[in-house]
Write a protein that binds this ligand. Structure first.
Ligand SMILES: Cc1cc2nc3c(=O)[nH]c(=O)nc-3n(C[C@H](O)[C@H](O)[C@H](O)COP(=O)(O)O)c2cc1C
Ligand SMILES: Nc1ncnc2c1ncn2[C@@H]1O[C@H](COP(=O)(O)OP(=O)(O)OP(=O)(O)O)[C@@H](O)[C@H]1O
Ligand SMILES: [Mg+2]
Length: 496
């Protein structure tokens, strides 16, 4: 069997292990369910293409005794289902139908939504288990195992995910080594394919030739950081939450006049901050950086080094803010609980991340003990590694929580610059109007200033007005901040 032979003869040890595990899962499923009771969910994407060939190999290996004299099995025995949609790419549709012909798939094309189609399949065809090409890192993989019953509210069946633990790199290693056909969109820079409305080529694969007017992209297998495979997917949460739309330069722009603003918060993890032994220098600097690009910092707090304190704060902040930054508590020490806290707040477990393990190995390989580096355990299914050439280890992003590992201001500057650079090149930098601020000093007592300031607040609700003194007897400093340019002379003459 050509697939089995190609993988066994290659020298990619990691792929061999992944292949053997996936075949094991397929064989376990075939021991639990009859061929008539299983279905294969195929949509022409790269992951389901991998799964198609694994199922062919798994079936071949399971049915070793029933082979015809030429060593081949007749046809593909599993019922295949394809939910065809008018918003799918035409290339995906024609690839899927083409593959069905090439490999003699008994493919049922379903035109209803997933739930109704599956309901019908389970009732009328007695299907009990469905093979899916879901992988850790897919938003839908959170909480799934290789065998996971369908979610509450879905028709009852077993989801079988033989490639759950495969990385982006493993998928491409398999497709290239086994030389099987894949959809042509992947050669045009698409790295993960949804619908025509939410998928564009991955900006990280844009080729350097700027002289040509036509945009060119490198093939999907050249994406070096697989965690960014979904960078070509339009962010649903941003567009729905804030009415953002891509501007002509491909960046997202928030319309402040609609009342929208990008909110962030900062969590510093460290008992030593709370006992006053060290001062948190990074929080204030991060506030300044965020403010300088027009992002609002809604809260900056310090929490203790324990999993529940981190989890509770992340839980609160992640739903109240667009982005949460968390500093400190990352590493191999007993007090490094930040990642565990984040995992707990998202309700996922910590799992080994091979890509991260490789970076760590290059950095501290000879210092780590044992097979599995504990520092390479990351929150499962929600983590993206943000790699930048100037960083020795990628930044870790868990959905809208970004972990900064800087221990001083210089390191923070570097991480910040890399983060902005990465977001810009991935087309994900949310550009908002910058804040405009003015400061006035007034030789007034607080009592004298109170009434006119209250009047100003009422008249200019978009203005954020702050007051402070540098000493009890010094002048009152009044700061005005807004996203809208105000006539400062007018303010100065207002009533003081
Ligand atoms: C065969 C099949 C079974 C699915 N089972 C479930 C399920 O049990 N629970 C669930 O929340 N979603 C289920 N889904 C939906 C997927 O999780 C996901 O929403 C869908 O593949 C669309 O992904 P996209 O939004 O990235 O395009 C299923 C989809 C398919 C095709
Ligand atoms: N329209 C569909 N019809 C049938 N199966 C589907 C459909 N959409 C998703 N699936 C199943 O869900 C799995 C995960 O979908 P996902 O989009 O993450 O992967 P993919 O399409 O195979 O690859 P890619 O990530 O490149 O888009 C698929 O491999 C397939 O098993
Ligand atoms: Mg897809």
């Amino acid at each position: 069997m050509e697939i089995d032979k190609a993988v066994r003869e290659c020298d990619d040890r990691r792929l061999k292990t992944k292949y053997a595990n996936a075949i094991y899962v397929i064989q376990r499923a075939l021991a639990l369910y009859s061929v008539e009771e299983v279905a294969f969910s195929f949509n022409g994407g790269k992951d389901s293409t991998v799964l198609l060939h694994l199922l062919r190999a798994g079936h071949y290996l399971s049915e070793a005794n029933q082979r015809s004299p030429n060593g081949n099995l007749k046809g593909f025995p599993f019922r295949t289902i394809y939910f065809e949609s008018s918003s799918a790419f035409s290339e995906i549709n024609s690839f899927t139908h083409g593959i069905a012909t090439t490999y003699a798939l008994e493919m049922e094309v379903i035109h209803t939504d997933f739930k109704s189609g599956l309901e019908d399949l389970i009732k009328s065809k007695s299907i009990r288990a469905i093979f899916l090409g879901v992988r850790i890192g897919d938003p839908t993989a959170v909480g799934q195992e290789q065998f996971s019953p369908s979610s509450p509210g879905w028709p009852p069946f077993m989801r079988v995910n033989p490639i759950l633990d495969w990385s982006y790199r493993d998928v491409w290693a398999f497709l290239l080594i086994s030389k099987v056909p894949y959809c042509c969109l992947y050669d045009q820079g698409y790295t993960s394919i949804g619908s025509i409305h939410d998928t564009v080529p991955n900006a990280l694969l844009r080729s350097g030739d700027s002289a040509s007017s036509e945009e060119k992209f490198r093939p999907a297998y050249m994406l070096s950081d697989g965690r960014l495979e979904r960078a070509g997917r339009v962010k649903k949460h941003l567009s729905s939450a804030h009415g953002v739309s891509p501007s002509s330069d491909g960046m997202y722009k928030l319309d402040f006049n609609n009342g929208s603003v990008l909110t962030t918060s900062i969590i510093a993890v460290g008992d030593e901050i709370l006992s006053g032994i060290v001062e948190d220098h990074l929080g204030p600097i991060l506030c300044r950086k965020l403010h300088s690009i027009g992002w609002l910092v809604s809260k900056s707090v310090a929490v203790r080094n324990n999993v529940d304190s981190v989890a509770e704060e992340v839980e609160r902040m992640k739903s109240a803010n667009d982005i949460v930054f968390i500093c400190g508590g990352v590493g191999p020490l007993h007090s490094d609980v930040t990642l565990a806290g984040i995992a707990k707040s998202f309700g996922v477990r910590l799992a080994p991340d091979e890509e991260f393990e490789e970076y760590l190995w290059q950095l501290i390989g000879n210092q780590s003990k044992g097979d599995r580096n504990e520092m390479a355990l990351l929150p499962e299914g929600i983590t993206e590694l943000l790699h930048h050439d100037k960083l020795p280890v990628p930044l870790i992003k868990c959905q809208n929580v970004i972990i900064l590992t800087a221990t001083n201001v210089t390191e923070l500057d570097q991480e910040w610059d890399c983060l902005i650079d990465l977001m810009r090149s991935a087309g994900q930098l949310v550009v908002v109007d910058p804040f405009v601020s003015k400061r006035l000093t007034a030789n007034l007592s607080d009592v004298e200033a109170a009434a006119p300031l209250s009047k100003l607040c009422l008249e200019f609700p978009d203005l954020c007005i702050g007051c402070y003194r540098e000493s009890r007897h010094g002048p009152l400093i009044i700061s005005f901040e807004s996203k809208v340019q105000m006539a400062s002379g007018y303010l100065a003459n207002y009533c003081f």
